[in-house]
Design a protein around this ligand. Structure first.
Ligand code: NAP
Length: 320
């Protein structure tokens, strides 16, 4: 099979297609014929070698994919060959024609969801659910700001928050992105690149502020976020690409809470619960991953440049 193999950490050019032998499922394992692969910002951090998690070289990147089950090992009861599945993490890496997974790493993909959409699920939807419900404990009727709503995690968070009965404000920096965020469920949308974005956001809440802020770029926004919370408001830091100076008084004065999170810390028990919610949300149509761009697997280097560029529109997926 063809797979992207990284033999040294570095720029996007280290993502090279190679011919490798097909994996074979052992006991409790599932071999998935991959039809689409989700590209996440974290894939680029890991590839660069500058991230906290460094795989042993050589490695095949990626945690998110969708396809059909090709074969199963002894003892597997959850899926059967030809079942449609999405994959969140695998034993051999997602940027490939086939991915070897444990039984727990594959999840049913509803018929109404395309493979490209299935590949958009893993990291973004798991993260959005974790942030919204396990961290912020979002409640119907609350007002949430999805700060960075046009990308993979943001779209997921908008759809979940809307389906759960929250008042949803999202941000994006392009007209296309703003339109999509509104279409996917945000009641109001603001351009986070506008000089008066903070004033616009506060005005939308009638000056009250937000119960919850899901933050995609904390190094830029956290200090301001802390001034936009109601008493007992919560910020969940999902993304950050640098340091930021905050005024702790803004937290004190509001009895506020700042949560950090990384999907790598989610327990198996919590993950199983999150996937159960995602499978149900796909079935009932509340969750509808948005695919903005499809590229062939050989263009993985281009996908790593694109995912770091501004002007997000849902997910970038690779087609093997
Ligand atoms: P993505 O698809 O590339 O989207 C990035 C989002 O950030 C877009 O909505 C973008 O909006 C927005 N953004 C850009 N500048 C912003 C600003 N000044 N203020 C607010 N938002 C801004 O990435 P993603 O997959 O959604 O991930 C978002 C971030 O979370 C990344 O940094 C990623 O590494 C991180 N992340 C963390 C976890 C975790 O476990 N903690 C999991 C997944 C992702 P425009 O392009 O419209 O400007």
């Amino acid at each position: 099979m063809k797979a992207i193999v990284v033999r040294e950490f570095g720029g996007p050019e280290v993502l090279r297609v190679e011919e490798v032998s097909d994996p074979r499922p052992g006991r409790g394992e599932v071999l998935v014929r991959v039809r689409a692969i989700g590209v996440n910002p974290v894939d680029t951090y890991i590839r660069s070698g500058a991230y906290g998690i460094k795989p042993t070289l050589p490695y095949t990147p990626g945690s998110d994919a969708a396809g059909e089950v090709e074969s199963v090992g002894e003892g597997v009861t959850k899926v059967r060959p030809s079942d449609r599945v999405y994959v969140y993490r695998s034993l051999t890496g997602a940027y490939a024609e086939k991915a070897l997974c444990t039984e727990a790493q594959v999840h049913a993909l509803a018929k109404n969801v395309s493979y490209a959409q299935g590949a958009a699920l893993g990291v973004p939807y798991v993260t959005a659910y974790r942030a919204m419900f396990h961290k912020a404990n979002a409640q119907p009727g609350e007002t949430v700001l999805i700060h960075g709503a046009s990308g993979g995690v943001g779209v997921a968070a908008v759809q979940m928050a809307r389906a759960a009965g929250l008042i949803v404000v999202g941000t994006a920096s392009t007209d296309k992105g703003k339109e999509m965020v509104a279409r996917e469920g945000a009641h109001r949308v603001v351009d986070h690149s506008a000089a008066d974005a903070q004033e616009q956001l506060m005005k939308l809440t009638g000056g009250r502020g937000f119960d919850i802020i899901v933050e995609m770029l904390a190094n830029k926004n956290l200090a301001k976020d802390l001034t936009m919370l109601v008493i007992k408001g919560r910020v969940v830091v999902v993304g950050s690409r640098g340091a930021v100076e905050i005024n702790p008084r803004d937290v004190m004065a509001r009895d506020a809470v700042v949560y950090g999170m990384t999907s790598f810390n989610i327990s198996d028990h919590d993950l199983a619960s999150i996937h159960a919610a995602l499978v149900a949300g796909l079935e009932n149509g509340a969750l509808r991953p948005v695919v903005g761009q499809e590229l062939p697997l050989k263009d993985a280097p281009r996908s790593h440049q694109a995912v770091m560029e501004p002007g997000a529109y849902g997910k970038i997926v690779l087609i093997p």
